[in-house]
Structures are given as C-alpha cells and as structure tokens.
Design a protein around this ligand. Sequence first.
Ligand code: ADP
Ligand code: MG
Length: 678
Amino acid sequence: MARALTDSVAVLSGVGPKTVAALATLDINTVNDLLFYFPFRYEDLQTRPLAELADQEKAVFKGKVVSNAVVSFFGPHKNRLSVRLLIDGVVVIVTFFNQAWLKDKFKLEEEVAIYGKWNEQRKSVVGMKIISQSTDNALDPIYSVNKQVRQKKLVELIQTAFKNYGALLGNVLPDDIRQHFRLLTDHDLVQQMHFPKTLTESNAARRTAIFREFFLFEAKIQQLRVNNSEAEDGLQLSYDLPALKEFIATLPFALTTAQKRVVNEICADLKSTRHMNRLLQGDVGSGKTIVAAIAMFAAVTAGYQAALMVPTEILAEQHYQKLVKLFAPMKVSVTLLTGSMKSKPRQNALMAIETGRANIIIGTHALIQDAITFHKLGFIVIDEQHRFGVNQRRALREKGLNPDILAMTATPIPRTLAITTYGEMDISTIDELPAGRRPIETSWLKINQASQALAITRNQMDHGDQAFVIAPLISESDSVNLKNAEDLAEQLADYFAPKYQVALLHGQMTAEEKAEKMAAFNRNDIQVLVATTVVEVGVDVPNANIMIIYNADRFGLATLHQLRGRVGRGDRQAYCFLIADPQNEVAVKRMEIMTETNDGFKLAEADLKLRGQGDIFGDKQSGLPDFQMGDPVSDNNILVAAHQVARELFLADPQLVQEQNQGLKNYLRQLQATETFD
Ligand code: ADP
Ligand code: MG
C-alpha cells in the first residue's frame, strides 16, 4: 500500500501496540503527528575550548583516547570507568559511573565525543554520555515526554519516520505566503526542527513552526466562518421593528451609543438567513443584560421563543425578576427554570415551555436537561459564556431549531487574543459605560489597617449605602491563615450592631437559602452581605456601593475586577477596599493595577503580562486555545500576521480551489476526518 503521512505510527518498524498506546498519551497517532512533534529546546552539543569552560560546566568534549579504559568495582552495583583523553593538548581523566558497558567504545588512538561535566581543579570530566559520531549534529533536541515514552525512543522513531516519509512532506503553507514571510518548506522545517546543525538553523525553523501553527489554526477558523456564512439554514427572524422601538421607549433610561450599535449588529444577524454566532463583550456594568433583553424581545416578535442561560441560580433569579418587570408593558411571558425548583412550579414551567406559552425562558443548566422540550426555540443567549463547557452550549443549541446564538462575556480579552479565541464568532463590543457612572475608588490596605475600611463603610452606610464583604474561605481551616466568611460575619455583626444587619452567603447553602439572602439584601433588610465569591458573577444591587475583599491577593485580576463590578451601579460614589498582605511581587502588582484602573480591557492586558497566557482567567475558564509552539502573547505579531493572511486567503479563495492552496485544503480535510474542532 502507498505510504501516506496519515498512516498510523503502527506502520513504523519497532512500533507494536504498546508503543502505539504510549505515543497516544502524547497525542501522537499518525506519522504526521510524530514528524510534527517538535522539541521544545536543544542541548548545545558544540565542543568548546577547555580554557573557556567554567568549573562544573557541562559541555561536549572531543578528544583522542590515550589510555585503555579501566573499570573498577566498588560495591554491589557500583562501578567506575576511567579513561584518558587528549583534549586541546591536555590529558584529561574522564570517568563514567555505573556505565561499564561503554568500555568498548573507547579505542586507543581514536577520536571520541562525550558529554560531561568539567572539573577545573582536577582537570577531569565526569562523563554523562557518549555522543554518536555518526550524526554530526551539534544540538541535541529535547522533547516533552512522559514515563511511557522516553526521549531516546522518540528520537529513534522520528528518525525512522523522517527517513521513510520525509519525501512525502508536501507544502501545507501556500508558496507565496511561505516566500513572502521567508519560511521553510515542511520538509526543511521538520528536518531542521529535529536535526538542526546550528542554533541559527533551529531558530529559523522555530519561527516557521510558530507561523505554521498559528496559520493553520486561523485557517480552520476561516473555514468554519466560510461554511457558516454559506449555510443558508440559519433562521430568519423577521422581527417587528415598531414593537421593538416601542419596547426601547419604555426603558427607564436611554441606551448608550455602544448599546445601540451592538443592538443593531445583533438585529442584522437575526434578520439574515445566515446562522448567527456572535459574542457580546462588555465590561462589568456596561449593560449587556438590556441588550440581550431587546434581542430576545425581537425574537419573540418574530414568533419564536428565546432562552437565556446563566451559570448560577442567583443570577437566574435576578435576571428573571428584572425581565419580568421590563416586559410587563409588552405582553411577553417570562418563565424561570432552575434545578432547585419544587415539583409543582417546575411542572408548570415545563408545560409553558413545551406549549409555547412561555416566550422568554431564563434558567441555569436546568435548561439542557432531557425532560425539557421547547415549543419553538429560535434564539439563545448564554450569559458569562466561559462558565459553560462546549458541550453544554451545544446541548442548548440542540434544543432549538438551529437557533441563533448570542454569547456574552464580561471577561474582556484584548483584541488580538479575541481573534484567536473567538475567531469563528462575530464579535460585538460595548466599550462604553452608561453615562454618570463614577469610577469606583479602589484602595489597598494592609490587613492591620482593615479597620479603616470598616470605619468608612459605617460612615457610608449612615448615608444609605450597603456593602459586600468577601472572604476567600467559607469556614475555618487550620492549614491556611485566611479569613473565613463565617467568622467574619460574626465579627462584623458585632461591629455594626445594633444599627445594621449582617448576613452570610456562601456556595454550600441551598439555592433557596441563597435566594432568600439575596432578596433580603436587595430589599435592604440586610446592609452588609458577607460572602464568598458566589457573588462574583453578574449580581446587580444598585444600592450596594462598598466592596471589601479580604485576602485580596488570593484572587486573580479577573475575579477581583468581577467582584468590584458588583458595586458602583447607582448614582453614589462607590468604594472598593482590597485587604491584603501580598506574599510576592506579582500579587503586589495585582493590587497596584487594581487601584490604578477600572478598565477591564486594561486589566486583561496587564493580567496577560503578569501571568502568561496559560492561566489568564483561571484555568478552564479562559477558553484560549493551547498552542504547542507559539505563545499568543509573546509571539503576538506572528499571530496577527497569520490571522491576516489566512483571512485574505479565504476571502480570495473561500473554497480553496486554487492550485497553490491544495496543500492546505488537503490538510484541513484530513483534519476534519481525525478531529472535531469546536
Ligand atoms: P453587565 O454588562 O455587567 O451585565 P448590567 O446589564 O447588569 O451590566 O447593567 C448594569 C446596570 O446598569 C443595571 O442596573 C442596568 O439597569 C443599568 N443600565 C444598563 N444600561 C444602561 C443605560 N444605558 N443607562 C443607564 N443605566 C443602564
Ligand atoms: Mg451581566
């Protein structure tokens, strides 16, 4: 059978089922995977003059064998091999421990190269390994491996694969792009990544590898875009424009320019037959909810149901209350569905959803349970979309008639990163806060200064404000010295008694308890709400103008910004106090940045710089893709270039029919066969 790069690694000699399974743990399944499994660094095996070496430095030594190798044993499994080499005119004693089998490799008068550690004083070397003279590569590639696959085995397999399949490496990058950016062909790329002769060569190869990786990622996105825009199977939601205008006129405030712009963008999508897949970005408090409400209302006037899925019951409840009020003048029926609902109201909700009596449905994950059948779901909004997994988002989509989708996020991402992460989505950004918002005044206090924050809080409460107080833990823990919400609530209850009421809210409470506490806080029956980060997401209490965060250094910038965003929604000046004795410089920086800006986009950028892309918004929540070679932050210019050329390529040749794009077309087709890209 003809060879192909898509062959399983099993076809390589020396690869049995065990090795196949082992390689799979590194995501290496095909010969192509193996060839493109690149080293992450190289050990420099270039020989250097002895005179240049520092004591205990590791290097490659090349010399002539001038004595017979002698092995002496000094313990049950211990031995030492000694041999003299003439290196740079100096006789050097080389010893290897417990590698007696190397003895035969040292033949009198012959040249040998070893890698080892130089001892300046004794003019001796502790040998670590012999370097094969057959390959004259000066750089030893180091791969990321695990217990199942060892370095040495991997190198052997890659050599075999390259020998047998190297000639098949075609060009995935179109020639003109490759030439324009002075990049290597796939063949040369693979050769120079695995077997570079010089560091310069490996650096050039790395540059190509990064570009190629970004380009292919962007090409996949562009292809999704093309497929999506050509699919005519999207819903056409012909909404009632006069009704929409009437609804907007009933709102208690005028929309900001940014809100109007994104409403127009969304409505254009609803109206078109193209399937809508749009991300709405906007900082906390920028007013995304009302935008979603207008869009959902549009869908309802077009005769469809609309659903809003949110990550927590508190939020679902809050949105429900708000939307019921908003829609009161419009004869729109709003239904709530959460996991903790009692059987009777739940049955009612299910009926309303199924019969179509419910126009707008608000809920948590409960919306995607099997038991739920929608009557005619045409539009879905996913709030805080990064809180949901791909499968949950898909499950909701499948409840509808290929519904249009609006995903919302308050976790801003710098523009260039938004391109890589959400490239297959259209992006709308609310980049303006409602008028009259005063920036929240943020200060950072040491733990022993916390009483200052409490004094200010009391004073503000005398003017009618309410306060959130956040602690990292629910209850006492002996392993860490952190504030816990239970103790804090007790202390503050004493402190603010008898005038003000303090209550506790945390994630281990039942949904009912939580809802009760939130409602009481909303009614101002409670003035101080001590909580864990359960209030992080979306909670909106206009009267709450103070946010105190204990052990603030324990939270990431994204979380701190979200927490701070819970206050400052009314007309009065809001304050945020970060109480922290940070233990390291990065944490100090985080506190400082928080006090300097209220702008989520600026914070996101600062966060990127501080933490690297891997954990910007906290592990799984970032939704950023994993790249093997490139780093979207430090290699950002390459990313942007790759994005641009991929976009231009698909604009000029959306179906990839041009000759020079055949390599790319094949690559994408094979990819489709082997992975599901979401
Ligand atoms: P987020 O984008 O964080 O979800 P919300 O939708 O919760 O923000 O809006 C924050 C607050 O601002 C709400 O109380 C909302 O009623 C109010 N709001 C929204 N849009 C406007 C506007 N154009 N003018 C004044 N207030 C607004
Ligand atoms: Mg919100």
